[in-house]
Design a protein around this ligand. Structure first.
Ligand code: PLP
Length: 444
């Protein structure tokens, strides 16, 4: 009997023994295509020799040093690489070990920034419904995912949630995309005015919503209007690129495609590509300067900040991403979406196939014309996850797409090294699992 405290106490996952390229192999020798890169982590696939060698070499020289005593070459190098490749003026990097930690750091930095510049009233946070920003209490409070929040609600700080930008469901028939984008973004202004502009500290959003909506990007112009509103009211814009960043959507930073730049940006997952746990919070120099000129000390920290071995992995990963690997992501993503349309697009229970780059979602419905969702009691997403796993495909289905209860989707985030034939394999396996699931839940 396993002594691990598992995610699901009633189901024991197989033991993984080996991982190479796009595949993971369990102790029974069964092979799985890593179609979601775990949770949009394994952008390079598995077994990348350059990353492994970089980690080994760092272990030989200095595995760990507490960053209040010593910095390290890989941490300095990784910070330089990130700043050099970031659009806009994200010029300082704070390395942590996960996406949730990056969000916690971002929130605390936003608060301390306003104290340092003499605006102590600013403490309120606005985020969006149907978002996910992590599972630590601060990050969970910011996220707008009802089923994850519900049982911890009494422990969560008060955060306002406005609507996401979700054209498939929320754009009205008599509205152009641009009009819808403006209407959705203007909810931020309404909420700032309702809370009191001098009270609001930050707005937090994922440029492309991952786990909770299934690869939903905003319509053109939405984020430009968001930026304008934040500037007008002196509110910090925090973009959470933990899942959609590091090339996943076809550009190193997802917000490059929005023509704006945030005040603070969080990254993780693809930065370590699964070889090491690492995340980062990046911010504008002006925010860092406020601390430097003020108290001089960001009142935060963890034992593993700027972990040298994790940073060494990050340097090796980032060199690959910026060395040409991300260039192919758009084209591969288009190919994947086209193949999904061919295989499943006409099915009455497929409502929407969407995404950017190799970040692709399929939303399942009861009826594609009315967009009515499936009965949540069917637990379609859970049945699909099991059926896909049985087919040898790891993917990331989720329920509650619409409001935390209704709606089902699957998220695909295959490694950037995937060849066309392998993307065909993902589509074949997902298609087969989808058909079996329809049968299993009585829809066929
Ligand atoms: N932010 C986003 C957008 C995420 O998708 C996630 C995880 O899925 C997180 C934050 C939390 O990251 P972690 O699980 O590494 O704490």
């Amino acid at each position: 009997m396993s002594r691990i405290f598992p995610r699901n106490s009633n189901s024991q996952p197989p033991i993984g023994m080996n991982a190479q390229g796009c595949y993971l192999i369990d102790s029974q020798g069964k092979s799985y295509f890593d179609g979601s890169g775990g949770a949009a982590v394994s952008c390079l696939g598995h077994g990348d020799r350059d990353v492994i060698e970089a980690i080994k070499s760092q272990l030989d020289s200095m595995a760990y040093a507490h960053n209040s005593f010593l910095s390290s070459e890989p941490a300095e190098q990784l910070a330089d690489l990130l700043v050099d490749h970031a659009p806009g003026d994200l010029e300082r990097v704070y390395f942590v070990s996960s996406g949730s930690e990056a969000i916690e750091a971002a929130l605390k930095l936003a608060r301390q920034y306003f104290l340092e510049i003499g605006e102590p009233n600013r403490h309120k946070i606005i985020a969006r419904r149907q978002s996910y920003h992590g599972n630590t209490l601060g990050a969970l409070a910011v996220g707008g995912n009802e089923w994850r929040r519900a049982q911890f609600a009494p422990l969560l700080i008060d955060v306002s949630h406005i609507a996401p930008c979700f054209a498939y469901r929320d754009q009205a028939e008599n509205e152009t995309e641009a009009e819808y984008g403006l209407r959705a973004a203007n909810e931020l202004e309404e909420e700032i005015l309702r809370l009191g502009p001098d009270q609001v500290m930050c707005f937090v959003a994922e440029p492309v919503v991952g786990a909770t909506l299934g690869a939903v990007g905003a319509v053109e112009g939405y984020f430009r209007r968001i930026r304008e509103i934040c500037d007008q009211y002196g509110v910090l814009l925090i973009l959470d690129e933990v899942m959609c960043g590091m090339g996943r959507t076809g550009s190193l930073f997802a917000h490059e495609q929005e023509g704006i730049s945030p005040d603070i940006c969080t990254i993780a997952k693809g930065l370590g590509a699964g070889y090491q746990p690492i995340g980062a919070m990046m911010c504008r120099e002006t925010i860092h300067d406020a601390i430097k000129m003020g108290s001089g000390f960001f009142q935060h920290g963890h034992t593993y900040l700027s972990h040298p071995t994790a940073c060494a992995a990050g340097v090796a990963v980032l060199k690959k991403l910026t060395g040409g690997l991300v260039d192919g992501v758009h084209e591969k993503g288009r190919y994947l979406q086209n193949k999904l349309h061919e295989r499943m697009g006409e099915n009455a229970h497929v409502g929407d196939i969407r995404g950017r780059g190799l970040f692709v979602g399929v939303e399942f419905v009861q009826d594609r014309h009315s967009k009515a969702s499936l009965d949540p009691a069917l637990k379609f997403h859970a049945a699909l996850k099991s059926a896909a796993f049985a087919e040898g495909l790891i993917c990331y289905p989720m329920g509650g797409t619409i409001d935390g209860r209704n709606g089902d989707h699957v998220l695909l985030a295959p490694p950037f090294i995937s060849e066309r034939a392998q993307l065909d394999e993902v589509v074949d396996k997902l298609g087969a699992a989808f058909e079996k699931t329809l049968e299993n839940v009585g829809l066929r």
